[in-house]
Ligand binder design. Sequence first.
Ligand SMILES: NC(=O)c1ccc[n+]([C@@H]2O[C@H](COP(=O)([O-])OP(=O)(O)OC[C@H]3O[C@@H](n4cnc5c(N)ncnc54)[C@H](OP(=O)(O)O)[C@@H]3O)[C@@H](O)[C@H]2O)c1
Length: 277
Amino acid sequence: MILVVGGQGMLGTDLLALLGERGRGVDLPEIDITDIRSVQKVLTTLKPHLVVNCAAYTDVDGCEANAETAMQVNGEGVAFLALVTRDIGATLVQVSTDYVFDGGKGQPYRENDPPQPLNIYGESKLAGELNTDINPDHLLVRTQWLYGLHGKNFVETMLRLGREKERLAVVDDQIGAPTWTVDLARGIVALLDAGCRGTYHIANSGATSWNGFARAIFEESGMAVQVDPMTTEQLNRPARRPLHSTLDCGRLVADTGFTPQPWREALKRYLNLRAKE
Ligand SMILES: NC(=O)c1ccc[n+]([C@@H]2O[C@H](COP(=O)([O-])OP(=O)(O)OC[C@H]3O[C@@H](n4cnc5c(N)ncnc54)[C@H](OP(=O)(O)O)[C@@H]3O)[C@@H](O)[C@H]2O)c1
């Protein structure tokens, strides 16, 4: 059985839907990854052969004010999962982020590029990456700019703001690939089915800015909202963000044959699905 920790989150829910009978979800309060006794109890009771950790403290600006919690959940929590999965002979799949990079490379990041986080969230996720090594039988998947039906995300924020306002300013100097959690889940399952271990990047293909993403959301939704450019500096959020953090997914494609669809195709499919919900 594949245990999905953080099974009620945005990625966890879509991953469980894809896994069907192979998967079982756990989340707070059934498991608290910051408590090793809780991790031991759940894992020794359920005896999964594989654990996918989708649990995290994902509020990037919130992490700046709550660094201790960020390190406990995103760093130490992964160490506990790695220790216990190693002890029970299970594989650990850890999900990480483009925010471990500083965005200064000027090209898509490869799996072995040196991490250099700019914010507490990135530092805590990097601590989690390093702790994943405690279990040598692991798969580390970095992804970025997630949206999906089962969590707070940029698409939902834009659709809400677009209903309230005719004109918005959105940053146009951060570049990445918006990624649908369904495509990320497909990529993770492709890696598992191919028996892959080590580090992989998974994101929808292509790249845009948050501003370009916002314009695409309104165009595909038939909403007449004017999207003005603004800089990251003007937005002045608590956490610094990498400016160009697209991920090279070549290793995923080479080792599994799975190519994530272009980000705009994924967005269209997401919006269609959302309209039917
Ligand atoms: N969202 C993005 O744009 C993005 C980008 C790059 C990478 N990632 C990574 O992708 C993964 C999935 O992200 P997501 O957006 O799907 O996350 P999410 O929707 O925030 O889901 C995280 C889940 O983990 C649970 N959780 C939090 N603390 C926990 C704890 N101590 N023990 C057990 N469960 C706990 C949360 O429960 P509560 O809701 O009750 O707190 C929630 O159900 C994470 O590793 C994240 O770092 C996300």
